[in-house]
Design a protein around this ligand. Sequence first.
Ligand code: FNR
Length: 376
Amino acid sequence: TNDLLLKSIEASKHYPINFTELEAAAKQALEPGPFGYIRSSAGGEETYRKNTDSFYKYSIIPRFLTDVSTLNTEVTILGHTYPHPLFIAPVGVNKIAHEDGELAVSKAAAKLEFPYIQSTVSSYSIEEIAAETKGSSKWFQLYWSSQQKEVSFSMVRRAEAAGYKAIVLTVDTTMLGWREEDIRNQYSPLKRGFGQGNYVSDPVFMSALNDHSQETIVHKIIENIYHPTLNWTNISELREHTTLPILIKGILHPEDAKLAVEKGIDGIIVSNHGGRQLDGVIASIDALPAVVQAVNGRIPILFDSGIRRGSDAVKALALGATAVCIGRPVIWGLASGGQEGVERVLENFLQETRVSISLSGARNLEEVQNLQLFKD
Ligand code: FNR
């Protein structure tokens, strides 16, 4: 561990280390429109602040004299074993942060063995990403198309054909959240054509268009992403169109978690979309314990929204998350240094997580789950 730590310190010499520094570097690299789109969240950003502040309420009570000279961070989720419980959260329109967009992020993820969850609205297609990251673990995040279900099914088929291991259906985006920064900046990445790569590669999406003008494509994508009619019946329909496991992203209420289990959903992601949808909603980490209790070990529970460093990951795992997903820190790494910038962020996350687990006295994830937390 010490060797790896020293290597990580050396490699990071020219890069920002923590979230605040990463965000500052990204601000230098980006125009106000894209920077504001990635940084900001909904309404008065109350939930955005709570997402990180709430981590301070939970403190790790470490055990000592446990011989922490070895550490195994392997986790098995839905039949696949991953080397560490750290995933890349699905984030769309990555070209607004860097020309290499999702290709840079997925390649960095493959190199450091972080499972990559690709967004429906990727600037690059499923096939382009799969070709560049052969053999690495990838999941596909789906935005349900209320207007054109066949497009959803087509996306899922493509992900399956490309060897992706699971479908993550995001359910908290029935409509776009109230995002004041974007209104102020008059900025929409979709209207500027950034999230198109994966849609324009879809034969079903393209064949349904009247014409292939930029305006028509953008209009149709926006219509496809938001899905006010989404309900549990759609989940059954989706199930008929894929043999892959289905996870639901955006669960906060324990009753929804129970329903997910009852409806045969394979896993959930506790998330409030980084505070970008409903402002005033519960901090993701505060929602986790009740969901864990409701699920009672029946399906895996991933977690995101507010993870900024390794010790946050350890707290979420100790509260019962099976794995955590990293969102904005990865995109700030991308904005400030392309693929290499992402690699530095992931490497640092990995090292800090490992050190934090060992210093807590745990030697594997089961022991992390059994750690005691003090709650203020
Ligand atoms: C997102 N997120 C997201 N989620 C999703 O299911 N599909 C998507 O396309 C996107 N796109 C997206 C773009 C940007 C710029 C951000 C910041 C976030 C939400 C993402 O998966 C995750 O839930 C949040 O990023 C978690 O919050 P933090 O930890 O990044 O603050």
